[in-house]
Design a protein around this ligand. Structure first.
Ligand SMILES: Cc1ncc(COP(=O)(O)O)c(C=O)c1O
Length: 413
């Protein structure tokens, strides 16, 4: 059967998060037997129930006539109008719900298909379209670029550049590396980002918009984590807040993280009208939109008081978990690491006695039942790091620290 599939798919492995899930399922009995039942710090998926309202509206809508018929790929009008109101109220960004917003079956689907829409597939290296991607960054970006026959050029996010790389300098390096700037289709940014949790300043967003306009590069912003933040003065922004950004940018949003609705598969793209509309044509050949009952529930929560309070409370919980974990890690000897003001991740160096992030993550899982993601999964600049997600209940964070102490997972011992 293998030979029927394209070269990329033939060499493809199951997506890292699902691979980890499968491994954990296999070794659960063994770990449980030695009192080390797995604690997952791997998935970026909040574990609480979604807001009550969203479930109530979903249940009510299930009985409505017509709810079970095809929706439209772009999303029901009430859904797009609710999104437009949210974008206005949260970011002061004005969008035309008929032309500048399109529904997605989760932002992962949207980004993957958007990338597909940009790249002219070819296996001839010098002719490949290029997308600049953050590294470390969400693992799906590079895979989808590869799958589409393009090339993903890593833009390094480092503590030295404050996780906001200067794009003109990056372009100079890109040319020195022998790549052709004319092949660049898009710059992908993700703030607050996965896996580091860093947020961009307004000045940085402005510089990125300016860069993309100057070099005629499409700006693609993945804004999945804009609602997960701990300081109101550092509230993450939408790139569309920058004047003139709509000329060159689209932005992806998701219901998954703010409302613990990862399994619902709901998101949207918004921004430049032409880009959204062209992409919409491709989408209309791929899927037929989101189940209307889900759209109804989502539209109800996104502008509600209950939704706002839910997000606030979830963020308080993430912050508390972050504090607990940071304190515990310091006791274990981790000194130099970035403590983010957004997202529910911590990006940590592996203890120096390990040769690789995979080796460390494997050991931590097999000995202590603590499941983290090796940094390599996020790109070449992820080597030597691991990502921890802090969405679990507080007791589990305490248990993690306790196990690490008991089992000898000290940073430099
Ligand atoms: C940066 C980033 N973008 C997009 C997604 C996808 O979210 P969803 O498809 O659930 O909307 C994730 C999920 O982990 C993510 O971390």
């Amino acid at each position: 059967m293998r030979e029927f599939f394209n070269n990329y798919v033939q060499s493809l492995e199951t997506y890292i998060m699902f691979r980890i899930k499968e491994t954990v399922a296999q070794i659960t009995p063994e770990l449980t037997a030695k009192n080390r039942a797995p604690i997952s710090l791997s998935m970026g998926a909040p574990t609480s129930m979604p807001p009550k309202k969203v479930i109530e509206v979903l249940k009510q809508t299930l009985d409505e006539k017509g709810a079970h018929l095809y929706s439209t790929p772009k999303g029901e009008k009430f859904f797009r109008e609710a999104i437009a109101k949210r974008m206005q109220d949260r970011f002061n960004v004005t969008l035309n719900p008929d032309k500048e917003i399109f529904s997605l079956i989760g932002s992962k689907e949207g980004i993957a298909n958007f990338i597909r829409a940009l790249i002219n597939p070819t296996t001839v290296k010098s002719e490949q379209d290029i997308i600049l991607v953050p590294d470390p960054g969400y693992a799906s970006y590079k895979e989808m670029i590869k799958a589409s026959g393009g090339f993903a050029y890593s833009v390094a996010l480092t503590p030295e550049n404050n996780f906001m790389p200067d794009m003109e300098e990056t372009l100079e390096q890109f040319v020195k590396d022998g790549y052709n700037p004319r092949k660049i289709k898009a710059l992908l940014i993700n703030y607050p980002n996965n896996p580091i949790g860093a947020t961009a300043t307004k000045e940085y967003m402005e510089s990125v918009v300016k860069f993309c306009k100057k070099h005629h590069i499409l700006l693609v912003s993945d804004a999945a984590y804009t609602d997960m933040y701990f300081k109101s003065e550092l509230k993450p922004m939408s790139v569309l807040e920058i004047e003139g950004a709509k000329d060159i940018a689209v932005e992806f949003f998701s219901f998954s993280k703010p409302y613990a609705m990862t399994g619902w598969r709901l998101g949207w793209i918004c921004g430049n009208e032409e880009a959204v509309q062209i992409f919409g044509k491709l989408k209309s050949t791929i899927d037929s939109g989101i189940f209307k009952a889900l759209q109804k529930a989502a539209a109800e929560i996104i502008n509600s008081q209950e939704g706002e309070e839910y997000i606030k409370e979830a963020n308080l919980k993430f912050k508390k978990n972050q504090e607990l974990l940071v304190e515990g890690l310091r006791e274990l000897g981790w000194k130099n690491f970035y403590v983010p003001d957004a997202t529910f991740y911590l990006w940590l160096p592996i203890p120096p006695r390990y040769n690789s992030s995979v080796e460390f993550s494997d050991d931590l899982m097999k000995v202590s039942g603590i499941v983290v993601v090796p940094g390599d999964a996020f790109g070449e600049y992820g080597k030597g790091y691991f990502r921890v997600s802090i969405v679990c209940p507080e007791e589990q964070i305490k248990e993690v620290i306790q196990r690490m102490k008991t089992d000898g997972f000290y940073f430099d011992k």
